[in-house]
Design a protein around this ligand. Structure first.
Ligand code: PLP
Length: 425
């Protein structure tokens, strides 16, 4: 018996590459047909066959309040009623910028764009404009969007592909990108001593979360910040996932390490398309029209997205949110720790389930070579068994899961029990 999703996917394959508009959605790495979801509410997604799924993918990160949160919906609907694109200066982006700059001292000035990818492209251009240097240092397994400069050894959508992460990249762009392994201070020192004086920036996901979740040590960040400073390279924290997720001010707030530039996305738009980059007033003053670094966008600071982002950040700013999310996350981690053959690495409400008999032995996993080779096949099995039980995880072994404020202890326990059953059966 074929499902409505299968029929839609057959049609989608005829009109779009792989039938999707972002690669991981296609289920290629776990096999099977992607379920076409027609909506979501709270902790649940509903597919076109009328099945409800307890969702731990949450649109890959933006939905920290859950699906279709009424506060965000009301703000977005009100913005639509007033006019959904103005192309002018507007009070909504001002209010969002004022909230962020008031709460996050290292962001004195901020520019809104339309995606995380754009935020990273723009931050790198700004770093190049500020330093007069061309090269950028990134880390193995960190994803910074799909601009040429960053698509080298970069993450889950690309896991399994050989050497270059994509065809069609300009060799000249790749030549300016240096890649270092995570969690390896000697390799970091070597990269700086070889290229340090040519580096415009060093960019990192401070909690790498696009190739599993690979927490880094404080020592590593200490070395990174010191080397960047010594060599005059700007330190860019890519907090597209971690910003407003692990704390309002992201990893920088948790760690006390101050980046020169920071990028945001995902949560900052409340689930609408937004990205942002920010930093000191002095650096950001280099951006057009106040400075010579050009960057623009027809739909930038779209009022619907700004109002949805603002509604989301106000809830997070009101207090208690991160404590609640930490409690839920800890419950999940402890529940999974009792199961054999699975490792859960976690930061607040972000978690990665690594399914392999080897996983615990090498824990904590902090860099790519530590990920067991059978993690993908193990995850594939668990993913489908969970899907049968109407639990939706990201359709890739290397994507992480998320909890939201719409999730309850019972939802977390449902996931733990389902993983236990999947591992047994
Ligand atoms: C998702 C993500 C991006 C890219 O953001 P898009 O909005 O998908 O372009 C960049 N960096 C990190 C760390 C991300 O998780």
């Amino acid at each position: 018996m074929s499902t409505a999703s299968e029929a839609l996917f057959a049609r989608a394959l005829r009109v779009s590459p792989g039938g999707v508009h972002s690669p991981v959605r296609a289920f290629k790495s776990v096999g099977g047909t992607p379920h076409f979801m027609h909506g979501g509410s709270g902790a649940f997604l509903e597919d076109v066959d009328g099945q409800r799924y307890l969702d731990f993918c949450l649109a890959f990160g933006p939905l920290i309040l859950g699906h279709a949160d009424p506060r965000v919906r009301d703000a977005a609907v009100a913005a639509v009623r007033r006019g959904w694109s103005l192309g002018t200066a507007d009070p909504y982006s001002l209010e969002l910028a004022e909230l962020i700059t008031a709460r996050i001292p290292w962001v004195e000035s901020i520019r809104f764009v339309n995606s995380g990818t754009e935020a990273l492209m723009s931050a790198l251009r700004l770093a190049r404009g500020a330093t007069g240097r061309a090269k950028v240092l990134k880390f193995d397994g960190c994803y910074h969007g799909h601009a040429d400069s960053f698509l080298i050894r970069s993450g889950s959508g690309l896991a399994g592909q050989a050497v270059a992460d994509s065809a069609g990249l300009a060799p000249s762009a790749l030549a300016e990108t240096i890649v270092a392994p995570l969690d390896d201070i000697p390799a970091l020192e070597a990269a700086f001593s070889a290229h340090g004086s040519e580096l415009a920036a060093v960019v990192i996901e401070p909690i790498p979360a696009n190739y599993g979740l690979l927490p880094q040590t404080r020592e590593f960040f200490g070395a990174l910040a010191a080397l960047a400073k010594r060599y005059g390279a700007l330190l860019i924290f890519d907090e597209v996932i971690t910003g407003f997720r692990v704390a309002f001010g992201g990893y920088a707030a948790l760690s006390g390490i101050r980046p020169d530039l920071v990028t945001y996305g995902k949560i900052i738009g409340g689930g609408f398309p937004v990205g942002a980059y920010g930093g000191t007033r002095e650096l950001m003053a280099l951006v057009a029209p106040s400075g010579p670094v050009y960057q623009a966008g027809t739909l930038s600071a779209n009022p619907v997205a700004m109002c949805a982002g603002l509604a989301t950040l106000k809830v997070l700013d009101a207090g208690g949110a991160y404590e609640t999310l930490e409690t839920l996350g800890a419950r999940l981690e402890h529940g999974l720790a009792k199961l054999p053959g699975v490792l859960c690495q976690r930061a607040g409400s972000m978690f990665w389930i690594c399914v392999s008999p080897e996983a615990r032995r090498t824990a904590p996993i902090r860099k790519l070579p530590g990920i067991p080779v059978d993690a993908a096949s193990g995850y594939k099995r668990v993913f489908h068994r969970l899907l049968e039980r109407r639990i939706y995880l990201a359709p890739s072994a290397y994507e992480i899961g998320f909890l939201s404020l719409a999730h309850t202890r019972e939802h977390v326990d449902t996931l733990i029990d389902a993983v236990a059953a999947a591992l047994e059966g």
